[in-house]
Design a protein around this ligand. Structure first.
Ligand SMILES: CSC[C@H]1O[C@H](OP(=O)(O)O)[C@H](O)[C@@H]1O
Length: 363
């Protein structure tokens, strides 16, 4: 259901889903850049669908959406009977875990919701539901703070006059606010550093063209849109002095899953002697995985490729391979920018030193 199309202020571009009262409100990112529409999800399956279809997308944002979706499950169950409330919350959380497999933030956020339920067994229904809603809001509020911190730390890597290449969208839309990779660019730009961004369009769903270009243009950051197959040429022409991307899951050794095409960009950067950075909050690390080999990679609908431009652009029945992510090995990453500072060199020891001991394993 479309609610309102009022353009957001620059500060409210990110997550808007904290208006619970029986619904989760979010920006429908599939309608951007031509339409700005906020929608209300009134049941858990609508939140699941919004995550699966990338109406809400980006690792932190889908974690936040899932946290509020779980609250919705509790609201639907009602607070009259404690057992049915707990079941409603836990069933919603279990269902939302099946929406997308790669971004660990989804599971990290739902782990926090489920821990909150378990740790508050003694509460009555209304108090328990309120406590879980408070946790969901905390997840969103903490992400806002982490993004700003990532921006501050990452801006130190940016020299004035630099060309910066991005891939996909790791902006305010992908987080509670401000973004991760784009937070670095926004912070550098706000500090008066003249930067120019080359945004990969990012096939097949065009998060770069539709979302990153839109976010940067709105904030007045100079941006040039390129096709993914132009990244090598802009590097060869000396237009790019650094690359910065987001992340969906980072293993204990620093291997990083991100939007498909990121691995290729990292190889190109290495070949051209250009620093390659990842920006991500600590909620994107999965320290239960020793390396990136077992990060689950989402396989998506072939029609995203064969019908991506609103018409059939490939022979009917053609075989299609559509992995939504790839894994960039740690040795291709010069630094990871987190809310706790830079991780450099990118290795298990430095990650542990920066982030602290591993959490429980995530799905
Ligand atoms: C700030 S995390 C952004 C991260 O998530 C994107 O994936 P998707 O658009 O499929 O949700 C992409 O990998 C971005 O780098």
């Amino acid at each position: 259901m479309s609610l309102d199309t009022a353009e957001p202020t620059l500060e409210t571009l990110g997550w808007v889903g904290n208006a619970i009262d029986g619904h989760v409100r979010l920006i429908d990112q599939t309608r951007l850049p031509t339409e700005f529409v906020r929608i209300d999800c009134r049941d858990v399956s609508s939140v699941w669908e919004a995550i699966r279809s990338l109406r809400v997308r980006g690792a932190p944002a889908i974690g936040i959406a899932a946290a509020f979706g779980a609250v919705l499950g509790g609201q639907k169950a009602g607070t009259g009977d404690l057992d049915s409330l707990r079941r409603g919350l836990l069933d919603a959380s279990a269902y939302l875990r099946t929406s997308r497999p790669t971004a660990v933030n989804l599971f990290w956020a739902l782990d926090r919701i489920e821990r909150t339920i378990e740790e508050n067994r003694g509460l009555d229904g209304p108090t328990l539901l309120e406590r879980v809603l408070t946790e969901a809001r905390a997840i969103a509020d903490e992400d806002k703070v982490m993004c700003r911190s990532i921006g501050r730390f990452g801006a130190e890597l940016v020299g004035t006059g630099q060309g910066i290449l991005t891939h996909c969208n790791a902006g305010g839309l992908a987080t509670a606010d401000y973004g991760t990779a784009l937070a670095v660019i926004f912070s550098a730009h706000s500090a008066g550093k003249a930067v120019h961004v080359f945004a990969d369009e990012t096939r097949p769903l065009l998060q770069g063209a539709r979302l990153t270009a839109w976010e940067l243009q709105r904030r007045g950051v100079p941006v040039t849109l390129i096709c993914d197959n132009m990244a090598a040429q802009v590097m060869k022409e000396g237009k790019v002095q650094m690359v910065i991307v987001g992340a969906d899951r980072i293993a204990a050794n620093g291997d990083t899953a991100n939007k498909i095409g990121t691995y290729g960009v990292a190889l190109l950067a290495k070949a051209h002697g250009i620093p390659f950075y990842v920006a991500a909050p600590s909620s994107t690390f999965d320290l239960s995985l020793p390396d990136g080999s077992s990060i689950p990679i989402e396989q998506r609908d072939p029609r995203e490729i064969t019908q991506g431009f609103g018409r059939q652009t490939a022979p009917e029945g053609i075989s299609v391979y559509n992995p939504a992510f790839d894994v960039t090995p740690a040795q291709l990453i010069d630094a990871i920018v987190t809310e706790r500072g830079l991780i450099r060199p990118v290795d298990a020891k430095t990650i542990r030193k920066t982030l602290g001991p591993p959490r429980s394993s995530q799905s």
